[in-house]
Design a protein around this ligand. Sequence first.
Ligand code: GLN
Length: 207
Amino acid sequence: MKIGVLALQGAFAEHINLLRRLGVEAVEVRLPQELADLDGLIIPGGESTTIGKLAELYGLMAPLQQFAQEKPVWGTCAGMIFMAKDIGRQQPLLGLMDVVVERNAFGRQVDSFEVDLDIPALNGLNGHAPFPAVFIRAPRLVSANEAAGATVLARLADGTPVAAQQGHWLVTSFHPELTDDLRLHHYFVNMVAAALAAAPPKAVATG
Ligand code: GLN
């Protein structure tokens, strides 16, 4: 299994470290052709407008959209914004997930914060402890279209949704790569493994 991390800007090195700690081959992705042999992709946190502009500049928009049709993709923070269909303003978006996202949703007073988050989907992956979720100028989910298959995975105590999944797409408002907790990366690796198991076998060239 080989997982790429979009390395245009932001916290990509940290994702790569955590994937490697899980024993997964992980590589930086900057060019369309680097998607070719990947089984999954993480889009990191950073600045979503910058990531979007660079993705356009490097001709990555259509290749990323195409990749995402077939393979698991996980967006954290700015990556979540970039994967959304609707953020209520104009900037380059992949427009994959049927969620509405609000950027910088937590205001200046609480620019950055950490909370213990209950993520039921992680139960069974090394214990049931809450997940230490780090939010940095984070977006929030305004809504997830359940009819389209988008499901909320975690909410803050006040009910604000901050993680969702739609088939083989995952988004989180926070930064699991900045903690020592490997469970969300483990969860995504399991999604990639499931997609690999379900994929038709690749044609083998003969002769
Ligand atoms: N505020 C950033 C944005 O809107 C996201 C912050 C982050 O990724 N930590 O793109």
